[in-house]
Design a protein around this ligand. Sequence first.
Ligand code: AMP
Ligand code: MG
Length: 491
Amino acid sequence: MSLAASLDELSLNNSFAALPPDFYTRLEPQGLTAPRLLHANEDAAALLGLDPRALGSEAFLRVFAGLDPLPGGATLAAVYSGHQFGVWAGQLGDGRAHLLGEVRGPQGNWELQLKGAGLTPYSRMGDGRAVLRSSVREYLASEAMHGLGIPTTRALALVVSDDPVIRETVETAAIVTRMAPSFVRFGSFEHWASRRQPELLRQLADYVIDNYYPACRTAGEGAAPYLSLLREVIGRTARLMAQWQHVGFCHGVMNTDNMSILGLTLDYGPYGFMDAFRLDHVCNHSDNQGRYAWNRQPSVALWNLYRLGGALNVLIGDVDAVKAELEAFEPQFTTAFHDGMAAKLGIGSWRVDDEALLDGLLKLMHDQRADFTLTFRHLSDALLGQTQPFLDLYMDRDAAAAWLQQWSARQDDLGGDREARALAMNRINPLYVLRNHLAENAIRAAKQGDTSVLVELLRILRNPFDVHAGAEIYASLPPDWASDLEVSCSS
Ligand code: AMP
Ligand code: MG
């Protein structure tokens, strides 16, 4: 398949727009004034089959600044509902997102969505805008997650303007263009269940099955495909939670409207990759109750899946069958979590007594606020006899050394080629993650029109497992000034 030289050569599918108008509102975005392209993502363009040379064109800038429609697209804002912080919030919807259309890419279809292109019927009290700060954070995070091998929405373009946007202070507007096969959320299903409109709920479920889970269609007659859909979403969500836990990622706002039906990491707001580890770390300054703390993410995901299960049960009509599916979440999460942790610890396959070994490490990290990423990364050094980098992360070195002893004993049981095992550990324990202060550095430079930090960060985070020469600063502990950084729902 040859590359499209420009946006109007792309092939569009627009399957969501082919659903009845109950699911969305067709509208025009409100573009940015005098927009500038801060960054465009060649990797994402390749997924669309778009020639990277098209990214520098005026036509590209105008579409992703919200000034021109996507050729062949159908712009709309989708409706959904959801539970926010455990409370039913009723109707929400794309309050500042515009779906431009769905592109047929060489390996699959991608929906393109502007975030921050103005008011929609679902904006409620919001202004429909997004600020540069949060847009840079979303852009970086989605590419960082992809680099880590974690399912996520992607980012195609980041466009900025001097248009003022009022948050705690006056900031400037930006639009990030996101890509995903679908942006349907758990809350999209809750919406029709709560409205007691089972036919629209069925239509949505059929749409999701036919386009994204075709194997569920063959599960049988009647309710079977819907039960099968729930089973698949439970499995994907369980694996996603394990992957988040493995890299010390906190989403920050795990409301049901931010939970992807495809098991993608969706809606980056006040997220965080942990520096100093705390089991109950809360990355979102607005989350006073700690509902979305790191160690609560898997159980919150299950809570959210119960809401999805409740909605789908309108079609399934068998509470016991739904419950039985939901009960599979915990063992699936635990298996994925243990398998990944065994790989991170370099201990082959998980044994029952490894629980104590892992708990010992997490407790040690928690008590001493040790760095999450470097703790795991330096285990491969320790495996090859270099214990110093690991021990240097701990104030109480005796306690850290005692844990290393237990881990070494486990290593002795394994035997085998330590070099090969250390290499394998470095393929799963990243050296670089998107630490808050790194994102902040990229934001501060971008505000001055300097994208060099953003570009360098993207380069490193796309390949976070290999050592990048001269990039020591990107693997370092946060500097003192970073302890004041706070991220909140303000975006
Ligand atoms: P979130 O939890 O941040 O993903 O957003 C919750 C809801 O608020 C969604 O329906 C968003 O579309 C909407 N929303 C968030 N920020 C804004 C904004 N600045 N303008 C309009 N709607 C917004
Ligand atoms: Mg959201």
